[in-house]
Structure formats: structure tokens, C-alpha cells
Design a protein around this ligand. Structure first.
Ligand code: SF4
Length: 162
């Protein structure tokens, strides 16, 4: 049975930078949770950051994560990414469902580093590390694709062609 790494904030954990809880409601997630398939992580919290915390954005040109107050928190973000990867390795996880646009968890978009709510194409640091290690990362925007793959793989073995 495939397990899935999931952003802790999707499951209603109080881990978001602004301490506002935003649960992702979905029947399949409830089912997977009951089946003990979901392994949750908040890379920023396991990387050592507190809740609440200053918002941070990824400066792609410098490969750094900087907070709105100017602090460099790249090390904490990298540590959190490593912890997320370790969880995947421990539980033999090949799939992750992570929150879009986060500087850790984003898989298609991130904020551009200007703190003006501007999104650009890009990946958060955790997503980058997971994908480098052949873990498939999905977001709330393509959850239906992940559900299809998990349902399909109940019957068939997935061959990774990468
Ligand atoms: Fe959610 Fe990921 Fe941000 Fe943690 S780092 S609050 S899991 S989006």
C-alpha cells in the first residue's frame, strides 16, 4: 500500500507562518488518513522555525530563503527538506502532496521574493529535494491526478521510467 507524504497544514495542524489553520477538505484524504497512508510533515517546523513566524520567500537567483524582516533562513529550510526526505526514505514513500506556492512545499509556483504577492513558476526547497530523489510531488491543484495514480497502482505496479 502506497504511503503519501503530506503537508501538515493540509491536515489542520497549526504550522502555517501566520498561525491561521487552513485544512484541505477532501473525502479521499479522509479515507487515506483512516488507512494510515498519510505521513505528515511541515518542513519549516521540523527545520526549527516557530509558529507564527515571519513570512519568507525564495530568492531564486541567490538560492536563498529570506524573511520579510531580512533574515536568511535558508539553513532551516534546507534542514526541513532533508527531514522530509528522510521520512520518505523511512516509509518508502514515492508520492507527496504538498501545499502550492510555499517556499518549502510549492511544486509549480512560488512567490517571487519581492513580498508583493507576486507568483512565478518555481519549486520550493523541499519539493526540489524530493523530486531530485525521484519522489513525485503533487499539490492541491492536481490532487485528482494523484488520486488516479494511487487508485491505479492498487492494481498495477508503477514502473518509473526516469
Ligand atoms: Fe504547510 Fe509546507 Fe508551509 Fe509547513 S512549510 S506550513 S507544511 S506549506
Amino acid at each position: 500500500m502506497h504511503k503519501i507524504l503530506i503537508s501538515a497544514c493540509f491536515l489542520g495542524e497549526n504550522v502555517r507562518y501566520n498561525a491561521v489553520v487552513k485544512t484541505l477538505q477532501h473525502d479521499t484524504l479522509n479515507k487515506w488518513r483512516k488507512e494510515s497512508r498519510l505521513i505528515m510533515v511541515c518542513p519549516e517546523v521540523v527545520g526549527g522555525l516557530t509558529t507564527p513566524r515571519a513570512p519568507a520567500e525564495y530568492i531564486q537567483q541567490q538560492n536563498k530563503i529570506i524573511t520579510s524582516t531580512g533574515d536568511d533562513v535558508t539553513n532551516a529550510f534546507n534542514l526541513g527538506a532533508q527531514q522530509a526526505l528522510s521520512l520518505c526514505q523511512k516509509h518508502q514513500i514515492n508520492f507527496a502532496l504538498l501545499k502550492e506556492s510555499s517556499p518549502s512545499c510549492g511544486s509549480n509556483t512560488i512567490y517571487d521574493g519581492s513580498f508583493t504577492q507576486t507568483k512565478i513558476a518555481g519549486e520550493g526547497l523541499t519539493t526540489q529535494l524530493l523530486r531530485t530523489n525521484n519522489i513525485r510531488v503533487y499539490s492541491e491543484n492536481n490532487l485528482s491526478e494523484l488520486i488516479d495514480i494511487i487508485n491505479y497502482s492498487k492494481t498495477y505496479t508503477i514502473v518509473d521510467e526516469n
